[in-house]
Design a protein around this ligand. Structure first.
Ligand SMILES: NC(=O)c1ccc[n+]([C@@H]2O[C@H](COP(=O)([O-])OP(=O)(O)OC[C@H]3O[C@@H](n4cnc5c(N)ncnc54)[C@H](OP(=O)(O)O)[C@@H]3O)[C@@H](O)[C@H]2O)c1
Length: 299
């Protein structure tokens, strides 16, 4: 029997992709959604995980609504800090590998250039602070043995994100806009699945790891490239260019967002030899696949 891997947050954008891709690669993966493992109850987490046999657990479950975290502070820390720490403790007691997914929002975004794992994490939002507390809790509970993988601007087929929304808007409206004064790196869930796989059993690296595609961009550049790729794939767009917005103009934002969270993946390359592909290549492949699928389903 192959060693069993549990993926939490299995109905989410990243978790669903890890379950599908790793199963397709022949791994023995069980996905836990909210019904199987509710992060809100620490006692239930311990009871459930104690009763399960597994060799590795990847925690993708989280409160990912950055603005909600600003008002639901207790909930944010329960789901993003306490629950992962309890999960990590259960993994340590079982001798199971733990990989915990974290975020670029642990940074304040003031750096000029790409963040490395050695840069200090100074969160400027409750979401960022709760995720940072989760990183520390997981590492403490596993005596430093867990791997904490920080991803950013996650996109993929299992749950719509910014790229899907901007293409949809451009098909329906004459004008679209996106923020031009915030920089990060998109992370394609299918690439993340491939890049994380060696860390399950072969590579026992621990501590912090930045995991995203290569390069960096503003939201406006990201959106513009998505529209360019959609047009190339034959999508009927009403809007062809993305107008710039300033973060300060977006009144709907409650939480502060870090202006620059580009992350360096040099440690990933050192550990695995993997060079993540440029974010533009990943977005092109994703958008082309989505447009083709929608044309096929419309026939
Ligand atoms: N999305 C991004 O751009 C981004 C950027 C940086 C870091 N990350 C990190 O990447 C990881 C995966 O995020 P994602 O993009 O896949 O987000 P997502 O689609 O929102 O997935 C998060 C999952 O967590 C689950 N969840 C929420 N509350 C829960 C609870 N009380 N008990 C159990 N499960 C619960 C959600 O369940 P439901 O499906 O039932 O709601 C959802 O399936 C997270 O750690 C996130 O912090 C994401």
């Amino acid at each position: 029997m192959k060693p069993r891997i549990i993926v939490t947050g299995a109905n989410g954008r990243l978790g669903a992709a890890l379950v599908r891709e790793w199963r397709a690669a022949g791994l023995n993966v069980t996905g836990f959604g909210r019904n199987e493992l509710d992060l809100a109850s620490g006692a239930a987490i311990t009871e459930r995980l104690n009763s399960e046999d597994f060799a590795a657990l990847v925690n993708c479950a989280a409160q990912t609504n950055v603005d909600r975290c600003e008002t639901e502070i207790d909930e944010a820390f329960t789901l993003n800090a306490e629950a992962p720490t309890i999960i990590a403790d259960a993994c340590r007691r079982k001798g199971a590998r733990m990989i915990h997914i974290s975020t670029d929002y642990v940074f304040d975004g003031a750096k000029d250039g790409a963040y490395t794992e050695d840069d200090p994490a100074i969160p400027i939002s409750i979401y960022g602070a709760s995720k940072r507390a989760g990183e520390s809790g997981v590492l403490a509970a596993t005596e430093g043995k867990a791997l904490v993988a920080r991803v950013s601007w996650v996109f993929g087929p299992d749950r719509p994100s910014f790229v899907d929304q901007i293409v949809k808007n451009a098909m329906e409206k004459d004008e679209v806009a996106a923020i031009a004064d915030k920089v990060a790196v998109p992370t394609y869930t299918l690439d993340a699945a491939a890049m994380l796989k060696p860390f399950l059993f072969e590579n026992h690296a621990s501590g912090l790891l930045h995991l995203c595609n290569a390069g960096s961009c503003t939201w406006q550049e990201y959106g513009q490239w998505a529209l360019d790729c959609a047009a190339e794939a034959g999508a009927a767009l009403k809007a062809r260019s993305v107008a710039p917005l300033k973060m300060a103009d977006l009144k709907a934002f409650i939480a502060r967002r870090p202006p620059n969270t580009a992350m360096s993946t040099a440690r990933l390359t050192t550990l695995t030899g993997i060079h993540p592909r440029p974010w533009r290549d990943a977005v092109r492949e994703y958008i082309a696949g989505r447009i083709q699928a929608s044309k096929t389903s419309a026939q």
